[in-house]
Design a protein around this ligand. Structure first.
Ligand SMILES: [Zn+2]
Length: 293
């Protein structure tokens, strides 16, 4: 539902105005040009994959400092965040000269989204860092997909409801990361369906749609068709996309190569095929990103 909320938000500003109101380039609604790069509708799209954002970062984590630097670097390079669904729908709301970036966070750890006892967002969690960044850079709002496991749902069970409300308010998406993070290829169809279906039920109880799955470890169930949808306990489940773990940019939404059930992501880690590796390549001009006209 989150992407629909975003859509309606923009409509209040952008569409359906009375015919007397002339919309010009100077209109505050139109987004200022981000770069003088030429439009490139066939360029690649970065789907970034984050795990924990913690001071003592392991090999798959990012420190709060790294995360601040990532936001600043992609911002300075002309990237602006879009939702996964707007990418798949090829309806990315981008300023002229901007490139899209999709942020995804796996495992719903508390380091991604933590509330302090007074209910405020912890400024050192990923969400808090991004909200601070967005205050300085209003054209880089918090738009991300969180691939959750209900246990833990960002830790802090007492704040679950409040976190869901905030995620909705910001226009974030919730995705499926299964109940227990198993190797789905080692499960029977029924076991795999249970892992996937129960996350959708959990999110639906909070009024959230779940339109995509980030496969644990990037491993498909034996029956790959299950990521598209299935019937379980008499109920029908469907998803529009499946995300992998590595390791390269995703095709343009205009590309015939785009397979929504095999979307590659770039891990927010250093080293080969990580975020810095790909941003360096884009900066050098070796890889051409999508650029909005
Ligand atoms: Zn995971």
């Amino acid at each position: 539902m989150a992407h629909l909320l975003v859509g309606s938000l923009f409509c209040t500003f952008g569409c359906g105005g009375s015919p007397e109101i002339e919309v010009t380039a100077a209109d505050p609604v139109s987004k200022p040009r981000v770069s003088d790069r030429e439009a490139n509708l066939d360029g690649v799209v970065l789907i970034l994959q984050y795990h924990r954002v913690v001071p003592n970062a392991g090999p798959y984590d990012r420190t709060p400092e790294d995360f601040r630097k990532d936001l600043q670097r992609v911002y300075d390079m002309g990237f602006r965040p879009v939702s996964l669904m707007s990418y798949l729908d090829n309806k990315m709301d981008l300023a002229p000269g901007a490139s899209p970036v999709v942020f995804t966070f796996d495992d719903s750890s508390i380091s991604q989204f933590k509330l302090l006892e007074n209910g405020e967002v912890d400024p050192e969690c990923a969400v808090g860092i991004w909200l601070d960044f967005a205050k300085e850079h209003p054209d880089f709002p918090l738009i991300a997909t969180f691939y959750i496991m209900p246990n833990p749902f960002f830790g802090q069970p007492k704040f679950a409801e409040k976190k869901v409300e905030l995620l909705k308010e910001w226009g974030c998406e919730i995705g499926n990361h299964t109940m227990t993070h198993p190797n789905l290829s080692k499960m029977s169809d029924e076991e795999a369906k249970k892992e996937i279906a129960e996350v959708i039920d959990f999110a639906n109880r909070f009024g959230f749609r779940v339109d995509s799955i980030a496969l644990p470890m990037g491993i498909f169930p034996k029956n790959r068709e299950l990521v598209k949808g299935f019937t379980y306990n008499g109920k029908t489940y469907a998803m529009r996309a499946a995300l992998l773990v590595g390791a390269n940019p995703a095709p343009s939404p205009n590309s015939e190569k785009l397979d929504p059930y095999r979307l590659p992501r770039i891990q927010a880690v250093e080293g080969d095929y990580g975020i810095t590796y790909w941003l360096d390549k884009i900066e050098k001009g070796d890889v051409k990103p999508f650029v909005a006209p």
